[in-house]
Design a binder for this molecule. Structure first.
Ligand SMILES: C[S@@+](CC[C@H](N)C(=O)[O-])C[C@H]1O[C@@H](n2cnc3c(N)ncnc32)[C@H](O)[C@@H]1O
Length: 224
């Protein structure tokens, strides 16, 4: 992490997203839509290539209010988890209101301590979660663990700029991380060096390029 940070532990995340829940879709939703659209498109491209007899299993960690859920291909099988009861309540309401039958489960769980079996998903997705999670390295470990070898991990996030006035501003904002519910000065290097994840695509998004999509292939042990 670059810059000074303020503790954003599990309770702070829950408190922050209990506050955000009422406004999230209206305020944060439109600003961050570009990343969700790109990540869901990346997942749907994998669904089209999926040859298994069973639907492609996708885990979305930090699913929040479920803004992404209607976008996934209906022949995928989506599981969502989140730390925040309040955000999950919105996601469950969405699934019910929009009859999203491809959403198999929505569970309250820590992305850094998943209860799913190793290799049990074809794809794992984290949209705007890495810079919120109290322990992003644990989340990355878990995303790699539950994704089967050859599967993909898709991450969308804002990463801190390398230098300039934007980085200066991000570091100032970092002081109120627990209040706003994310780390504005989160560095991209923190997701790049996992031994089981090979970066296959990195794409800045939108005309402002403040968000980045990364796709990683889950290595098999024979790749080493
Ligand atoms: C900025 S919101 C993004 C929500 C959603 N992915 C979206 O694109 O709208 C971050 C979400 O990550 C969740 N979160 C943060 N850390 C988490 C963790 N360790 N495990 C599960 N969820 C987490 C928060 O509760 C919140 O709902």
């Amino acid at each position: 992490m670059t810059g000074r940070t303020q503790a954003l532990d599990e309770n702070a995340v829950r408190r922050a997203y209990a506050r955000w829940a009422r406004f999230y879709d209206a305020v944060v939703g439109p600003v961050t839509d570009v990343g969700r659209v790109a990540a869901v498109a990346a997942v749907n491209a994998l669904v089209r290539k999926h040859t298994g007899a069973d639907p492609m299993d996708v885990l979305e960690v930090g699913v929040g209010s479920g803004l992404s859920l209607p976008g996934y291909a209906r022949n995928a099988r989506i599981t969502g988890i989140d730390l925040s009861t309040d955000m999950l309540a919105l996601a469950r309401q969405r699934v019910s209101d929009e009859a999203l039958g491809h959403v198999a489960a929505l569970e309250e769980m820590d992305a850094g301590a998943l209860t799913f079996a190793t290799g049990s998903f074809d794809c794992a997705v984290a949209m705007y979660v890495m810079s919120v999670a109290p322990d992003p390295e644990a989340v990355l470990d878990e995303l790699a663990r539950i994704t089967r070898p050859g599967g993909e991990v898709v991450i969308v996030n804002h990463f801190a700029k390398a230098d300039g006035w934007v980085l200066w501003f991000e570091r100032k904002l970092e002081r109120i991380a627990a209040l706003i519910g994310w780390h504005p000065a989160f560095g991209r290097e923190r997701v790049l060096n996992h031994p089981d994840l090979e970066l296959v695509e990195e794409q800045p998004l939108g005309w402002l390029r403040i968000f980045t999509l990364m796709r990683f292939r889950r290595r098999s042990s024979s790749d080493d």
